[in-house]
Design a binder for this molecule. Structure first.
Ligand code: ADP
Ligand code: MG
Length: 262
């Protein structure tokens, strides 16, 4: 077989195996192999590394598309100095993703604007980057989807969907009253994930007030029992980041007025 024909054959093999990035890099790597006198092993390793990197990037993009994260936040976007209410060491420990290994949960509890959604999103992104299937939803959306599924006779499929991800984020529990059977749907989702895979839950309702917030004290107690059995509770009792700019504007205004008066 001539060298040119062998090269065409090699390109055809790559194309058949859908190793498109390696195929594209092939001329470059062959030139480098000649120029740098690379061993066959070194050249092959370089070529396949290109394919592996491209595959990893494609899979991560797929996981991130599936995850439906509300923003592209990472932990480096979070200003720990601006939020003294957050235990940075604890968050950095969660960011190692060890909590996924023993299926423990994370509860982010605090008033609006303190960064609960941002931290949940950043942790979810980290989990996806580490190779895990992640899904982000809000408590209200989860309840609505479960309700719709029940009406349309797709309850089991819906439960399987929420059982699937290695990490499920349920944002904003307690902001809106859950519709009719919402609390029970939420309980079933939590219960089937219990001890199998991790859930991050954000809420503005202090744990002591869950019973009243969910109407049904028994369901609330059963839900907390599963959630807290293996969990890290992150209480964020700090200033609202959203109100920061308003705060400094009104501070400035007040100072200006005071200066004018005195
Ligand atoms: P919560 O979910 O607790 O109501 P969010 O996570 O939605 O709060 O945060 C509100 C807004 O403030 C978002 O735009 C978020 O990016 C920003 N934010 C909150 N805390 C911080 C922080 N510590 N560093 C940087 N941005 C922050
Ligand atoms: Mg939020």
């Amino acid at each position: 077989m001539s060298e040119a024909r062998r090269y065409q054959q090699l390109r055809a093999h790559f194309s058949y195996l859908k190793l498109d990035s390696a195929a594209e890099a092939l001329p470059r790597i062959l030139d480098a192999a000649r120029a740098e006198n690379l061993s066959l092993t070194a050249a092959l390793e370089r070529l396949l590394e290109i394919e592996v990197t491209a595959t990893e990037e494609r899979r991560l993009a797929g996981r991130l598309r599936f995850a439906c994260l509300p923003d592209p936040w990472t932990l480096s976007d979070f200003d720990f100095a601006a939020q003294p209410g957050v235990d940075e060491k604890l968050i950095r420990d969660l960011a190692t993703m060890r909590f996924l290994d023993d299926a423990s949960n994370v509860l982010l509890v605090g008033p609006p604007g303190v960064g609960k959604t941002m931290l949940a999103t950043a942790l979810a992104r980290g989990a996806a980057e580490a190779g895990n299937r992640v899904y982000f939803t809000t408590a209200a959306d989860l309840a609505a989807r479960c309700h719709k599924a029940a009406v349309e006779g797709r309850w089991a499929t819906c439960m399987r969907f929420f059982a699937g991800p290695k990490l499920l984020v349920i944002d904003e529990l307690g902001y809106l009253p859950l519709p009719g059977d919402g609390a029970s749907a939420l309980f079933q989702v939590i219960n089937q994930r219990y001890l199998k895979s991790s859930t991050i839950l954000t809420t503005n309702v202090g744990i002591a007030d869950w019973a009243t917030a969910f109407g049904d004290a028994t369901v609330a107690a059963a839900m907390l029992d599963r959630l807290l059995h293996r969990a890290t509770v992150v209480g964020i009792d700090g200033p609202s980041y959203r109100l920061r700019s308003h705060q400094s504007t009104s501070d400035k205004l007040r100072k200006a007025v005071n200066a004018h008066v005195s």
